[in-house]
Every structure is written in C-alpha cells, then in structure tokens.
Design a protein around this ligand. Structure first.
Ligand SMILES: Nc1nc2c(ncn2[C@@H]2O[C@@H]3COP(=O)(O)O[C@H]4[C@@H](O)[C@H](n5cnc6c(=O)[nH]c(N)nc65)O[C@@H]4COP(=O)(O)O[C@H]3[C@H]2O)c(=O)[nH]1
Length: 686
C-alpha cells in the first residue's frame, strides 16, 4: 500500500495534483486549526467577527503569495529550458561536421542530465557494426570506436526504431558488453535515416541512474535526429567527393593528383633529413593482351590484385598511385642513397614472380620500372615524372621486366650492388665467411685479456673483403641475421676449443648489429649458442653500439637486462660518437665502454679529444665500468691512455686482427706467461 502511494506521488507528471492536494490539506488544516484556536481564545463576538475576517484575508493573501511563487517558479523554469533549448538549437545550427556532433552529444548530456551520449553510423549494410562519430562521456569527448550491435539496445534502435528504457537496461540486454562496462541503467535511442528512409546510424543517450525526463529526452532526440542524420549524410558525401577527387575508384589507390601533392610535400622534408626521394614509374608488361583475351572485368580484377601486391611489397610511408590504364606511380620518400631505389624496384619485380589469381586463372605478369631521384633528376614533380617515364621507356627497350634509372651511371652502381647482394647470399652457403680476432691487452701488465671477433669475407675474386663493405648491405637485406648467428656460434666455438686445448681462457667480444639486436629471439639465440658450444657465459662479451641502444633506450634496458641475466658481458662500442643520455647509461647493465678510435687517433694533438677521453674514463669508473680504448697505433697514445688510467687497449700497435689459427699461437704464449713480442706478432699478422 505504502509503495503504491509512493509510486502514485513519484514522477513529474503528477506534480500539479500533488501541489493541489498539499494545498487542500493545508486549507482544511488552516480552517480547522484556526477555528478551534479562535474558539479556545473565547473572544467577544465583535473580536471574533473581526478575527474571522482577518483570518480570511490572511488566507487569501497567503494563497496569493503561494500561487505567485509557484507560477513564478515554473515561469522561470520554462524560460530557462526555453533558453537552453534555444541556445542548443543555435549552437548546433552554427556548427557542422565533427564540431556539430561533439556539441550535440555534449548538449544532450547536459540538458537531460545523462552520463553518456553517442552518435554513430552503421559500418555497412551487411555488417552489424557501428562506428561512433561522437562520444560524450562524463563531461568529456572521447575517441571514436567501433562496436558490435548484437544483443545491445542499440540494435533495437536500428531494427525497431525509437527505443526507451527508463531503468533496468542491463537486465534487458545481458549480452550488451558496453552497457555492462559503463554501468548503464537507462537508455533512450533513436535511429537516423537518410533521404531514402534507410537507417544510417543510431543516436542515443545513456545514464547510470534511472531517467525521469523521458518525455523531454524523446522530444530532443526527435528534433535533433533530423539534423544529425543530415549532417551524417553530408559528411559521407564529403568523404565520397574527397575520395573521388584524390583516389582511383577501381583500385582505391591514390590518383595522380594526390600523388603529386605527396611528392611536393616530401621535398622539404627530404632536404631537412638528407634523403633522396625516388619516383618510380611502373608499367605492366603484357597487360593489354590479358585484358583483350579475358575481358575488362578480369582486367579490372587483375589491376586490383596488382594494387594489393604493390601495397604489400612497399612500406607504409611509401605512396602507390594509379596513373591510369596499366601504369602505376610509386613515391619512395625515405631513400638514403639512390641505389636503394633500385633495390626497392628489384623487390617489386621479384614480387611479380608469383602468379596472380583472377577468375580461377593463374596469370603471369611482369613489370618494367623507370626511376628518377630528387633532386638529381629533377627539382619538381613534373620533371621527376617526365624523367621516370623516359627511364621506363628505356627499361622496356631493354627487354621489359627490369628497372632503369634516369641517369645511366646509376644503373651500373645499382647493378654492382645487386650483384654483391647475390654473392653475399651465396657467401654463407659457400663457407666464404671467416673470423679474424684482435687481442685486447691489460694496460698495466700488458697481459692479453680478451679478443674481439671481426668478420671477413673471403671473396673468390676480390680476396679478403672488410666488413665495412658488406655489413651495411647485409643489414639492409636482412642477411645480417644469418651472418650474425654464424659469427656468434663460430666465435664461441673457437673460444671454447682454445680453452679445451689448455690455452689461457680469454673473453671473446662479438659485434651485434642493429637488426640483430632488435631480433625478437636474440636472448634465446645467445643462450642456445652458449649451451651448444659449452662456453661459460662470462667469457662472451657482446658489443653493441651507443647509437643503437639509444634508439629505443627503454626497450634496450629490458633486452640488455635479459642478456646480463644469462651471465654474458655487455660493452658499448664506439662510445662518444652518439648521444647517450646519462640517466639511461646508469640503467643499462653494462660492464665496459669502448672509446671510439677517432678519439684515440688525435689524443696527443687535439685537446678536445683528450678531454673527451678523460670524461669517458671518469664516467665509466664512477659507474664501476671498465674502459677499452680501440685503435691504439702509437706508443704516445699508449702512454697517454696509461696516464689516464684506461683499463684495456686494442690496436695495431699491439696486435692487428689475425686469423683464428694465429690466435692459438698468441694464446699459447699468453698461457706460457711470456711477454709478447709485439712486433713479431704484428709482422705475422700481416
Ligand atoms: N685504423 C685502425 N683500425 C683498427 C686498429 N685496430 C683495430 N682496428 C679496426 O677497428 C675495427 C674495430 O672494430 P669495430 O669498432 O667493432 O668496428 C667493426 C664492427 O662495427 C663491424 N664488424 C666487424 N665484424 C663484425 C661482425 O661480426 N658483426 C657485426 N655486426 N659487425 C662487425 O665492422 C667494423 C670494422 O671492422 P674491421 O674492418 O675489422 O675493423 C676493426 C679493426 O680491424 C687500429 O689501430 N687502427
């Protein structure tokens, strides 16, 4: 009973009745109480009569005041809501696009005292997914997101139309994950229609409390849904127009106009970053023949496949555009040296080796490519395109399925590079790689304390090729991973074999390149190699360059800690040439800093270099690290390094890198604890 009465009185609908009943009760109470009071006062008839009149006037005055206050209260509330409605209308009328949706969701939340408001559009006619265009939640705009409609109140809006749950939404939609995550209790939603009457999305307001002002909510949603739908359609049309203006409708690739824009934008960036953007003009060989034989539909499908394959082969920051017909344009913005563009063109041609699947046919296509490099082959987009086109013609004349640079000299150097790459691939298989070792010495006793493993390539024609000539190419092509693994295994095997032969145990340092360091299973590989070879971890030192670890200092701290946990030593190579952050240096689990040889070279002549070496040694010692100076070539450098308390030295003065069989001899001498005859070793190494 009590709850029935409470229910009857709750809700704004019954407010006038409530006020009238309260007034009636007050009136009855006033008459009954005041009459009883007057009688109890036992006044004279005259005074009684006067009091009755005053009581009546008092009641009338009180009623008038009450009536005035109530009417004024509602007048003000009406004015307030009209003003906020007007402001809302004016606000949303004055804005368009994203600003409109954001203002509308915000205003809906504020006007309806709700916690969340969303406007979304259906992702496709088949898909039951909605992508929001505006989300306002608990006082702020949130990033847009996509969600599945199934089992949500939103699905009901899209399927059935206006939907309203004043409370208990989660009980109605137990599958609705979003409602559960947001703790939603009440929901009002309305569909948005396009000009043909098709639903294009929902607009909804949600609250964590039950909603009482449903009438107002429904009205506001109805009023603004028309404008929201129109705005959604306008945004869609804008996107379509933009797409048509800048993209190729068949392949979805950029069109020539967008391509030219991107090329122009790249110039300034390239100048600042010392890059040489390349424009590639690609033409499909034999496309016309396929088009004529299988028809235009198959031809179109083939072009779409080609577009997909080009995008897959190239990087995200490259631009692929369709120039029309079977011609494509490619912009490679991030090119360090012109030959790299040849490498990418080669990669594209290689990617065309696999057949294209179209309409159940396996089609074989080839591509010819012309390359023009900025600024060598043109300082504006038109010149680059023209020259790439003429290079393309030469590529076709050369027998198709190849690429040509605009400047013919570049073809030679690109060819050389390509040749070197092929030979390098075979070098691993043919066992042409070998390791040289350079000893490191203790500065005090001139005892040998370690060895650095240095890679060499025994080229069948060129002889011994130093690593500087092939490691950058190996890095680029990814060959460094296989090579690096070989170096690690070979260095550990040798070090263990020397120990097993009873020679003085020595720490062996192995260089780790950038790509190797970032390889996800480096730690696993090091552990595996140590297990396989039986070398104790503290006899292995990994040399990592300073610039490499500073590229991603946080990630490097993590990886280096894992390596340290294995028990291997870590050294920073070429220290002083990069920009180490001292705060990070403290965090890195490093045992050794290697001073780059460029600082050692001019130690006696250049006071700046001397000061840098002093600073590095002081820094390393203060952090409990050792310092190795590399590239020591003179007695004077040795003396200066000794005075500066450097821990270890390495250089031609003491010992040039030697092949592994020579190392055994040096180690034997070290084992016999005989002082080195440096000059004789130096001669033997040569
Ligand atoms: N001017 C002069 N040079 C001296 C002197 N003493 C030694 N060197 C040379 O200095 C280089 C020291 O190696 P690095 O700084 O790690 O620099 C190495 C290292 O960064 C890289 N490298 C060598 N082997 C490997 C490897 O197995 N893997 C990787 N990722 N990189 C390697 O190639 C670079 C060059 O190696 P190398 O040509 O063997 O050149 C070696 C060595 O021969 C000297 O007194 N004067």
């Amino acid at each position: 009973m009590q709850s029935k009465v409470r229910r009857f009185f709750s809700g704004k609908k019954r407010l006038p009745l409530k006020i009238a009943l309260i007034y009636l009760l007050f009136g009855i109470g006033w008459i009954a109480l005041s009459d009883t009071l007057l009688q109890a006062m036992a006044l004279s008839p005259d005074w009684h009569h006067t009091s009755q009149i005053l009581k009546g006037w008092g009641f009338v005055l009180f009623s008038t005041l009450l009536l005035y206050l109530v009417v004024e209260y509602y007048r003000r509330a009406l004015v307030r809501s009209e003003t906020s409605f007007d402001e809302l209308v004016q606000g949303v009328s004055a804005t368009t696009g994203e600003a409109f949706f954001s203002l509308l969701t915000q205003s809906l939340c504020q006007a309806l005292k709700a916690d969340y408001a969303f406007i979304g559009e259906l992702c496709g006619t088949q898909d039951k997914r909605v992508r929001t265009v505006a989300v306002y939640a608990e006082g702020q705009d949130l990033d847009n997101f996509e969600f599945d409609l199934s089992g949500t109140p939103c699905e009901q809006v899209v399927v059935r139309g206006f939907t309203c749950f004043p409370s208990g939404v989660r009980e109605h939609f137990p599958q609705g994950r979003l409602a559960a995550e947001l703790g939603v209790e009440s929901f009002v939603g309305i569909p948005l229609f396009d000009a043909e009457g098709e639903v294009i999305g929902p607009m909804m307001v949600l609250s964590r409390k039950p909603m009482h002002n449903l009438g107002l909510a429904a009205k506001m949603l109805k009023v603004f849904s028309v404008r929201a739908a129109a705005e959604l359609q306008r945004a869609r049309s804008e996107k379509t127009i933009e797409f048509m203006a800048f993209y190729d409708p068949l392949t979805g690739l950029a069109n020539k106009r967008l391509f030219q824009d991107r090329v122009k934008q790249t110039f300034a960036w390239a100048r600042r970053n010392h890059r040489f953007p390349a424009v590639l003009f690609l033409d499909l060989d034999r496309f016309r023949c396929i088009n004529d034989t299988l028809g235009h539909t198959a031809g179109d499908a083939l072009l779409q496949e080609v577009a997909r394959r080009l995008q897959k082969t190239l990087r995200k920051d490259d631009t692929v555009a369709r120039h029309g017909g079977d011609e494509f344009l490619i912009l490679l913005p991030n090119i360090r040296q012109a030959e790299d563009a040849g490498f990418v063109a080669g990669k594209i041609i290689e990617s065309f080796q696999a057949p294209f699947q179209v309409d159940g046919f396996e089609l074989h296509l080839a591509a010819s490519i012309g390359i023009a490099i900025y600024p060598l082959d043109g300082e504006d987009c038109d010149a680059l395109l023209k020259n790439a086109d003429s290079a393309l013609h030469r590529a076709k004349e050369m027998g198709r399925n190849n690429y040509q640079f605009y400047l013919t000299e570049m073809n030679e150097s690109a060819l050389q590079r390509l040749g070197l790459e092929g030979q390098l691939r075979k070098a691993l298989e043919r066992d042409e790689l070998c390791l040289y070792f350079q000893p490191q010495y203790d500065l005090d006793g001139r005892r040998m304390v370690g060895l650095e493993a240095l890679l060499r390539w025994r080229h069948p024609e060129r002889g011994l090729v130093p690593p500087d000539e092939f490691i950058p190419l190996a890095e680029e092509t990814g060959l460094i991973l296989a090579m690096g693994e070989w170096v690690l295994r070979e260095a550990c095997t040798r070090a263990q074999a020397w120990q097993a032969a009873g020679l003085a145990p020595m720490r062996v340092a192995v260089n780790i390149s950038a790509r190797q360091f970032h390889q996800y299973d480096l730690v696993r590989l090091v552990r595996l190699v140590l297990e396989e070879t039986g070398l104790e971890p503290h006899f292995l030192e990994l040399e990592i360059t300073e610039s490499l670890i500073m590229q991603d200092a946080e990630g490097a701290v993590h990886k280096l800690s894992q390596l340290r946990d294995l028990g291997v030593q870590i050294a920073i190579d070429d220290f002083g040439t990069g920009y180490s952050s001292l705060s990070y240096l403290k965090k890195f689990p490093i045992q050794t800093l290697k001073i780059d040889r460029t600082f050692v070279q001019d130690l006696s002549r250049n006071p700046d270099d001397s000061a840098i070496v002093d600073a590095v040694i002081a820094l390393a010692h203060s952090m409990g690290m050792e310092v190795v100076a590399e590239g020591v070539e003179t007695e004077e450098q040795m003396r200066l390094l000794h005075d500066k308390s450097c821990n270890r030295v390495q250089g031609y003065l003491l010992q040039a890198p030697v092949p592994s069989d020579a190392v055994a001899r040096i180690l034997l001498q070290a084992s016999l604890n005989q002082p080195q005859d440096q000059s004789s070793l130096f001669c033997s190494a040569l």
